[in-house]
Design a protein around this ligand. Structure first.
Ligand SMILES: [Zn+2]
Length: 68
């Protein structure tokens, strides 16, 4: 009898609802951040709510080439 407490995904990665926390508010640079329910963060200094979106991976060789 196995309980569902040790359930892991087939990839071996446990699904994480929480990511790394953010150090600073991107709007006012304060550290007064708290996680929002349902995802995202709220800054209690400037009273903004925001979320961080994963845009995909970048190629390491493509830094600033092709800008000019
Ligand atoms: Zn802020």
């Amino acid at each position: 009898m196995s309980d569902a407490t040790d359930d892991t995904s087939p990839t071996g990665h446990a699904p994480r609802a929480e990511r790394q926390s953010i150090g600073y508010c991107p709007y006012c640079s304060e550290e007064n951040l708290f996680p929002l329910e349902g995802g995202g963060w709220e800054c209690r200094s400037c009273l903004r709510a925001f979320s961080v979106v994963f845009r995909g991976l970048v190629a390491p060789s493509r830094t600033r080439e092709g800008v000019r």
